[in-house]
Write a protein that binds this ligand. Structure first.
Ligand SMILES: *[C@@H]1O[C@H](CO)[C@@H](O)[C@H](O)[C@H]1NC(C)=O
Ligand SMILES: *[C@@H]1O[C@H](CO)[C@@H](O)[C@H](O)[C@H]1NC(C)=O
Length: 530
């Protein structure tokens, strides 16, 4: 009797202890989660606000800093810190994954003979990247107070070397003897498509044009016919036009760009989705033909006619035969992302479904659902869930943010979670990265590509490359099974052993991120991640 109640008592203590620890831990996470985006000291905040204030008049008027808001402001100084104040308890990282920080800059530069020259090389590459990225349309333009000039603030575009009428121009000036307005541009010329009596036009066909009149209505009539012609070819840029009177100046931008040529797909006439016409299944195989065969058999149960593209970089490739199967043999060991790239490059359908070669389709693997959400939303990629042998289902959703870090490079923050649910699709959310089982617009995935330098491992790199260009979703109700991953060692087949040796190489470098890629290609100095 005594024995049992004591055991119960101990059990209660143990459980409440664990609960308390969990509470404490989540509380500490909450406190520190406010820290990670911007860890600003009061003096930094003061600097930011002083820089804001110095551009303006009213120096003599005092202001009071609201620290909770001011600390959210972005400054070029992200710091490489994990949640270091979180409580460390054994086993807790299963419940609440630790956020760790990885100092990419030191990790990579320490391995270099000439770290300074690597830094300089990166800075040069970066400025050339920025030159290409730069558009005059991104520059800050401030409209001065009380301008009598009316003009379009955005939405004016011209095709390269073509002519448009500039919409919305007008002058609202106090009565005076003579009204004068002028135009200035850098990449084009002005003219008038029609003339109006009692208006003098000077500089027609040039990058500086003036209109003069003693009658305001006549001048405004003439302003309706002002044209802009792009004269300096560039496929995608913008011209900043200065529109001025004698005492006021205003600026607006005209976008110069080719029409975007669409890439549409004709996938038949049916009312219902024809998966074979819309989707190609792509995979990469290496040393796992038995698994691949199981995958193909499972796919054929549900989708007998869908095309499969298999990238194969085995040393001794075995033919994989069957209807609607394309096997592409690559040089031995070309690697994981190279194979994904090759497979995706051969797809001719509107969508591509990525699967690992050890997945198994079941009746829950409803590709129609993925097609439906891609067709009805602006998502470019939608991932599903993977069910492990243990029965545990995972979606691996993450959000990412890049924080400005000045000359040393930026900070990448990866966190578990998502942004918001998707209306009309109750099982789906929007995120930045998700699991390796996804359907995507073939065109968009090709634009992002898979960096073939990632030979052994790689996952987030694709989603980092896609950040800002792919709209990513994740659904829990499209499920693929993962063939046994945890295998009792004495049952392992030789091919499985060889595969693991290759993929999960024990060398430390192979198991962590590739510092060169993160330091140089992505220009990060730091990464924090769960
Ligand atoms: C579906 O598409 C495939 C491939 O384009 C085509 O061969 C097949 O006839 C289509 N099925 C139906 C029911 O239209
Ligand atoms: C698959 O293709 C065969 C032969 O073209 C056809 O008879 C069959 O209906 C197709 N199956 C499906 C599900 O589209």
């Amino acid at each position: 009797m005594m024995f049992f109640s004591r055991k119960k008592f101990l059990g209660v203590i143990l459980i409440s202890g664990l609960l308390l620890a969990a509470l404490l831990y989540s509380w500490s996470l909450q406190c520190s989660s406010a820290v990670y985006i911007s860890h600003r000291r009061p003096s930094e905040i003061k600097n930011i606000l002083e820089r804001v204030a110095e551009h303006h008049d009213y120096h003599d008027i005092a202001y009071h800093v609201k620290e909770d808001v001011a600390s959210l402001l972005v400054q070029n100084s992200c710091v490489c810190e994990a949640n270091k104040d979180a409580i460390q308890l054994p086993g807790m990282d299963l419940l609440f994954p630790q956020v760790w920080a990885f100092d990419i800059a030191s990790a990579f530069l320490q391995s270099q003979n000439k770290p300074e020259s690597v830094k300089q090389r990166r800075a040069e590459e970066y400025s050339s990247f920025q030159r290409r990225l730069h558009s005059p349309a991104d520059e800050l333009i401030v409209a001065k107070a009380n301008s009598p000039l009316q003009y379009p603030t955005q939405g004016v575009a011209v095709r390269p070397l073509k002519t448009i009428i500039i919409p919305g121009l007008e002058l609202k000036e106090e009565p005076r003897e003579k009204y004068v307005v002028s135009f200035n541009a850098a990449l084009g010329t002005f003219d008038v498509a029609a003339t109006v009596d009692k208006v003098l036009v000077e500089g027609e066909g040039q990058s500086h044009m003036t209109l003069t009149s003693s009658l305001l209505p006549a001048l405004n009539r003439q302003l309706q016919f002002v044209t802009y012609t792009n004269t300096v070819f560039h496929p995608k840029t913008a011209d900043t036009v200065c529109f001025a009177t004698e005492s006021h100046r205003s600026f607006f931008t005209i976008k110069i760009e080719h029409e975007t040529v669409p890439k549409l797909h004709f996938s038949g006439h049916q009312k219902e989705y024809n998966i074979s016409a819309l989707v190609t299944i792509a995979t990469k195989t290496f040393l796992r033909y038995d698994k691949l065969k199981d995958l193909i058999d499972s796919i054929r149960k549900f989708y007998p006619n869908v095309t499969m593209v298999i990238a194969d970089d085995n040393e001794h490739p075995q033919p994989v035969r069957g209807p609607h199967i394309e096997q592409y043999i690559m040089p031995f060991g070309k690697g994981w992302f190279a194979g994904r790239n090759l497979a995706v490059s051969q797809v001719i359908t509107k969508y591509v479904l990525w699967v690992d070669d050890d997945f198994i389709f079941t009746s829950n693997t409803k590709l129609e659902k993925m097609v439906d959400i891609l067709e009805k939303t602006t998502l470019d990629l939608v991932s599903g869930a993977v069910r492990e042998v243990t029965g545990y289902t995972t979606t691996y959703r993450h959000t990412m943010s890049v924080e400005d870090g000045g000359e040393e490079g930026n900070c990448l923050h990866i966190r578990q979670g998502y942004y918001h649910a998707i209306e009309g699709f109750p099982n789906c959310v929007v995120a930045d990265a998700a699991i390796n089982f996804f359907m995507a617009s073939t065109e968009k995935v090709r634009q992002v590509g898979f960096d073939p330098r990632l030979a052994r491992r790689g996952h987030f790199e694709f989603f980092i490359d896609a950040l800002g260009s792919l709209h990513v979703g994740s659904c829990t109700d499209i499920i693929v099974n993962h063939a046994s991953k945890i295998i009792i060692p004495w049952n392992k087949k030789d091919s499985q052993k060889a595969y693991e040796k290759f993929r999960y190489s024990t060398s430390k470098n192979d198991n962590s991120i590739n510092p060169e890629l993160f330091y140089f290609k992505y220009r990060f100095k730091c990464m924090t991640s769960p």
